[in-house]
Design a protein around this ligand. Structure first.
Ligand code: UD1
Length: 420
């Protein structure tokens, strides 16, 4: 296993390009199961999670090749309907093969993904929606077994205790596109990645309206065909790079940014007094201003993303004043608090809140990454800290940030990898 060493205190400077969105590409790859015709996906980030999804598609009967950001998926041997535990357990997003397998083959056996370090992460909403479409569902030996003679359209309320669910919306939408009649998903997730999936399905011949709003309408069709699609830029990577520039007092031009996808973050940074300049499809971020602390509450899109919470906490830990960070999507997603405190941060957790008392500077320390976004938060803290920070279990970062070390090094950061 590798660890990442960061010698902090360098102001990041230069240009960097955001990669394709991880959370868009994973369900879009799953959606290729809905057709036997070839699909081509462009702008695909070279991530551990991307390759995990390709590994899941292959035993399901697909020939899936990755070449320089382009994935081609074609039908191989006879399709299979079983997604094994050893593959599904590596990545939760792989559970979204359930909807397309059921839609196309009328049967699916998909391992339950299990919880993870950020919380319990149930799949009740996925199953509720798919059941409503006429599937018979049972759970046996850790697998969801779903069967149907024919899926039919239905009215489905998909809100849960924590609001809408991204992957449940994806799963149900993918099952409904080949169902007979009309499906209405109410309290659907509005995330840009759900919209990107819907756009891909529409290119395949699906009839979908309302994606990007809480009410999605799907008119089932008999057949979907192959399609070519380019993935939207990753808003979480863009947000992480924005904070990297701010926390180091840098001056970075971030290219390939969908400004509209970053509303809640940009609004908070505006409130904090940050200087962000929009330059076409790029954003220039100058970290030369003293920031004010701000309070954050994570919410489903278009609210502040939970996937930016750890990174924002790192910024607030070196911003004067008190910031209250409230996590409303995953109330236990605070594994990074103890690690930031090891670097000298003053953060106290109280239930779903973290109270951050900003200090002048952090000091480098050995810390451990617990999950993908926590790792990103620790990288930001390391970039800003005095001295060296070593982050172990850095494989988490590779799940979601394409060429991140290279990108940071190009911006002047002193970052390298060592064996643990
Ligand atoms: C997706 C993202 C992840 C992000 C999360 C929230 C992908 C691949 N991953 O994960 O990066 O952090 O959205 O924005 O897109 N819930 C239930 N029952 C369910 C499903 C979810 O109670 O059946 C709960 C979850 O435990 C959580 C909340 O709903 O508290 C939102 O989770 P959800 O939107 O489903 O997250 P994912 O789609 O798994």
């Amino acid at each position: 296993m590798d660890k990442l060493i960061i010698e902090g205190g360098v102001k990041l400077k230069g240009e960097v390009t955001v990669s394709g969105a991880k959370n868009a590409v994973l369900p879009i790859l799953a959606a290729t199961l809905l057709t036997d015709e070839p699909c081509v996906i462009k702008g695909v980030p070279n991530l551990r999670d991307t390759h995990s999804m390709l590994k899941i598609l292959r035993p399901l009967g697909k020939i899936a090749e990755f070449d320089k950001g382009r994935v081609s998926v074609t039908a191989g041997k006879a399709p299979n309907y079983i997604a094994e535990y050893k593959l599904v357990s590596t990545m939760r997003a792989s559970f979204c093969v359930l909807g397309p397998l059921l839609g196309k083959l009328k049967k699916a056996k998909v391992s339950l993904p299990g919880g993870c370090v950020i919380g319990v992460r149930p799949v009740d909403l996925h199953l509720k929606g798919i059941r409503a479409l006429g599937a018979d569902i049972s759970i046996d030996s850790g697998y969801v077994i779903a069967k149907t003679n024919k899926l039919h359209g239905a009215y489905i309320y998909l809100g849960g205790v924590y609001g809408s669910s991204v992957l449940a919306t994806d799963n149900v939408m993918m099952a409904a596109v080949l169902a007979g009649g009309k499906t209405i998903i109410e309290s659907a997730a509005c995330e840009p990645e759900v919209v990107d999936l819907a756009e891909f399905l529409i290119k395949m011949g699906a009839k979908i309206k309302g994606h990007g709003t809480p009410v999605i309408e799907i008119e089932g069709v008999k057949h979907l065909h192959g399609a070519v699609h380019s993935i939207i830029p990753d808003r979480i990577e863009a947000g992480t790079l924005i904070l990297a520039s701010l926390i180091t007092g840098g001056d970075v031009l971030i290219k390939n940014v969908q400004y509209r996808h970053l509303g809640a973050l940009i609004d908070k940074l505006d409130e904090a007094g940050a200087h962000l300049e929009r330059v076409g499809a790029a954003l220039r971020v100058k970290g030369n201003k003293k920031l004010r602390s701000v309070n954050i509450t994570t919410l489903p899109y278009p609210g502040f993303p939970t996937d930016m919470q750890a990174q924002m906490m790192s910024l607030m830990s070196v911003t004067g004043g008190i910031s209250v960070i409230t996590e409303k999507i995953y109330p236990d997603r605070f594994m990074h608090v103890a690690e930031l405190n090891r670097m000298g941060a003053h953060i106290q957790r109280e239930g779903p809140h973290a109270i951050v008392e900003g200090i002048k500077s952090l000091s480098g320390a050995p810390v451990m990454a617990s999950d993908l976004r926590a790792s990103a938060g620790l990288v930001l803290a390391g970039l800003a800290a005095r001295g060296a920070t070593s982050i172990s279990r850095i494989y988490h970062l590779e799940r979601g940030y394409e060429f991140i070390e290279k990108k940071l090094i190009n911006l002047g950061a002193k970052v390298w990898r060592e064996k643990e």
